[in-house]
Design a protein around this ligand. Structure first.
Ligand code: SF4
Ligand code: SF4
Length: 103
């Protein structure tokens, strides 16, 4: 995993990663550019189905969207940043509340 936590929140509680729109993804005709581009091993290949998969979503750098620029068919989507920021904020608040209750 690239980061264990982000802003003090465990990375696996943060829903940020690319989402493949299979209606648009053409697998770059067998040479997936997004997979080659991302240095964090987020993407993988389903060898049986011969298609791109998001193999390690938690390796994606929170709020990075860089791989979008190498995807000509615009097949990569991302969650809403304000919504994810809200989730991070709420998770932090809940954990602060929990600490207060316990102390
Ligand atoms: S770069 Fe775009 S079209 Fe190519 S494999 Fe990745 S998502 Fe699919
Ligand atoms: S958004 Fe950044 S870290 Fe995430 S998969 Fe794309 S290039 Fe990799």
């Amino acid at each position: 995993m690239t980061e264990e936590t982000y802003m003090g929140v465990p990375r696996n509680k943060i829903p940020w990663c690319p989402v493949v729109n299979y209606a648009k993804c053409n697998f770059c005709e067998g040479d997936p550019q997004c997979l080659k581009f991302c240095p964090h091993g987020v993407f993988g290949i389903d060898e049986k189905e011969k298609k791109l998969i998001v193999a390690n979503p938690d390796n994606c750098v929170v709020f990075c969207r860089s791989c979008r620029k190498v995807c000509a068919p615009e097949a990569l989507g991302f969650p809403s940043k304000p919504e994810v920021l809200n989730i991070i904020k709420k998770t932090r608040e809940n954990s602060e509340e929990w600490k207060t209750i316990r102390s």
